[in-house]
Design a protein around this ligand. Structure first.
Ligand SMILES: Cc1cc2nc3c(=O)[nH]c(=O)nc-3n(C[C@H](O)[C@H](O)[C@H](O)COP(=O)(O)O)c2cc1C
Length: 171
């Protein structure tokens, strides 16, 4: 059992890493050109009104640019985009190098072959400790039927074979 004194970031990351998630890249068209960052903390939030949420770290240099634009697209990654999850997680790197993308209805970069994309306007922001809780109002969205999701579990990338019902590591 964990005592209060064990609640350090390493322990939190280890235990909370047992919650498997999909992965997204949140993109926007900013004054500095296309911008984006890998984001695990995405979740659907409300159906009526249509809202989603995610949490950028207070240290993120990309989030202030997307906030200023007031709109962004959540790209839900397919298993074949594992390399993009790593590429968009490097601060300051040429994140869009070699990445094909096209403009969403709101003008944000949609990454080619995304499993799904959700086009949003910034709705609200709330304090979330060392992160910010962002709520986006959904304006347009679409999904592919022919691809498997990229998953993140205990610090590793995974693919899922839904028809076989078995997990397959792609790390
Ligand atoms: C698997 C994975 C999940 C991540 N999830 C988040 C997240 O939910 N929120 C966040 O702020 N950063 C997250 N990051 C880290 C950001 O992608 C990274 O800090 C960011 O790209 C830094 O660049 P920036 O300074 O341009 O924002 C994640 C990284 C990886 C590899």
């Amino acid at each position: 059992m964990t005592k209060q004194s064990d609640l350090n970031p390493t322990r939190l990351r280890h235990v909370l890493g047992h919650f498997a998630t999909g992965l997204t890249v949140i993109t926007g068209a900013t004054t500095n050109g296309p911008a984006g960052f890998t984001c695990q903390s995405f979740s659907s939030l409300s159906l009526e009104p249509a809202l989603i949420t995610f949490s950028p770290a207070r240290t993120s240099s990309t989030w202030p640019l997307l906030r200023e634009a007031g709109r962004f697209t959540v790209n839900i990654l397919p298993a074949e985009h594992q390399h993009l999850a790593a590429q968009f997680a490097r601060s300051g790197a040429e994140k869009f190098a070699g990445v094909n993308h096209w403009p969403s209805p709101l003008g944000n970069p949609v990454l080619e072959k995304s499993l799904a994309w959700v086009d949003c306007e910034l709705h609200q922001e709330y304090d979330g400790g060392d992160h910010t809780i962002v709520v986006g109002a959904v304006r347009a969205l679409s999904a592919r039927a022919d691809a498997e999701p990229l998953l993140f579990y205990k610090g590793s990338y995974l693919g899922v074979r839904s028809r076989a019902g078995a997990l397959e590591s792609v790390a």
